[in-house]
Design a protein around this ligand. Structure first.
Ligand code: SF4
Length: 386
């Protein structure tokens, strides 16, 4: 007997019909998607949306992350990155160190440099402008994705200029997009509880609106798996969807899996694979005006990212190189985290998806000097015979 959508989605059939017809899902629909035990149904529906937009195509970028300082005066409870007693030692990269780090991978044809750091009150305005300029100098033509909204506000404060002026100066220096982040989850309760010294939701949205007016593309995120409720997750997604309706400026949404180790929330269990896949899938279903949903393998692990490519994600992020935000020193791990192009292609092809190297704006990159990936004839592989 062939499985029908009704068999797969069970009592979510009314949501399935909306998905099938391309209708927008409601807050209540989002709640049911989080609360149903039928994760397969949620993934099945998210995959329909994913394949409608992208078929089996799965995007990745060749990028390098630079976390220029871990000195921070915001003390977010979920953060293991900032320097503290008994935790990571403080550092602040000089511009020469940044240049050196960029040169480490001079042989890799990267198209994106992703830079974020702590809110370090010792860094002057000019440092940030020079940081961006150095990237463009060492790697002309690369896309500079840098600074969360919280950093943008700090940069403006350092320069004693408006946030709009700071953004304009950074664009002039070579900034190409904002990576998102900085708000974690749009909930005043969670904001007060976990990251009260950072921007609140409205302030975060104002940075996003200003960036949009200046034509600076941006990305969005949601940190889940700490103290947030399902209501707060759905509300975050609805607020992002409204902001996207207003600005049309977000390229991608990345649900980020919380890592409790070495944070003030270390007693909270880490998110399970169900939680990771569900957040990817519900994001895909709720965010009908976002073109891309990313599974960030550093946070989700490679195996979960492979599954996520069938649960709504069409983007597996990038090669990364160094990433220190969830850095676990000594006994825990190593800050050098990299997937080579071959690893990335293998990760995607192993689960029968089609690897597509992209730039930061999702233009496909074809390099004549490199052998094409072994792209099989894998468009939408049917999950059920309707
Ligand atoms: Fe600082 Fe960012 Fe960590 Fe908060 S999340 S403590 S702002 S580095």
């Amino acid at each position: 007997m062939a499985l029908t959508p009704e068999h797969i989605v069970g009592d979510l059939i009314d949501i399935y019909r909306k998905v099938d017809e391309g209708q927008r899902l409601s807050f209540e629909d989002g709640m049911r998607l989080y609360e149903t035990p039928n994760l397969n149904a949620v993934g099945y529906m998210a995959n329909i949306v994913r394949e409608r937009r992208h078929g089996g195509r799965t995007y990745y970028v060749r990028n390098q992350h630079i976390n220029y300082t871990n000195i921070c005066n915001k003390f977010c409870k979920f953060c293991s990155f900032y320097a503290k007693k008994g935790g990571p030692a403080p550092y602040q990269m000089s511009l020469d160190e940044v240049r050196t780090r960029l040169q480490w991978h001079a042989d890799v044809p990267m198209t994106e440099i992703h830079m974020v750091g702590g809110i370090n009150p010792r860094l002057p305005y000019q440092y940030y402008l020079d940081l961006v300029r150095i990237v463009k100098e060492v790697r002309p033509g690369v896309h500079v994705k840098a600074f969360t909204a919280v950093e943008i506000v700090e940069i403006a404060r350092q320069g004693k200029v408006t946030m709009e002026q700071a953004l304009a100066d950074l664009i002039e220096a070579g900034l190409d997009s904002l990576p998102g982040g900085g708000i974690e989850i749009l909930s005043e309760r969670v904001h007060k509880e976990l990251f009260g010294k950072k921007l609140n939701g409205e302030e975060w949205k104002n940075v996003a609106r200003a960036a949009s007016k200046l034509g600076l593309k941006q990305y969005a995120t949601m940190l889940y798996g700490h103290i947030e409720t399902n209501e707060e997750r759905v509300d975050h997604l609805v607020q992002l969807r409204e902001l996207q309706d207003e600005t049309q400026n977000f390229l991608t949404m990345t649900p980020l899996s919380f890592h409790p180790e070495a944070t003030e929330l270390a007693d909270i269990p880490a998110p399970t694979a169900d939680t990771d896949l569900r957040n990817i899938a519900v994001s895909r279903l709720m965010l009908d005006n976002f073109e891309h949903i990313k599974s960030f393998w550093i946070m989700n692990t490679v195996p979960v990212t492979q599954m996520a490519l069938w649960y709504g994600a069409d983007d597996a992020d990038g090669t990364v190189h160094e990433y220190e935000i969830t850095y676990k020193d000594g006994e825990f791990g190593n800050k050098s985290q990299v997937l080579t192009r071959d690893n990335m292609i293998k990760m995607i092809e192993e689960v029968h998806r089609i690897p597509i190297e992209r730039d930061s704006l999702y233009n496909e990159i074809v390099r004549e000097e490199e052998p094409a990936p072994k792209v099989r004839n894998l468009t939408a592989v049917p999950m059920a015979n309707a």
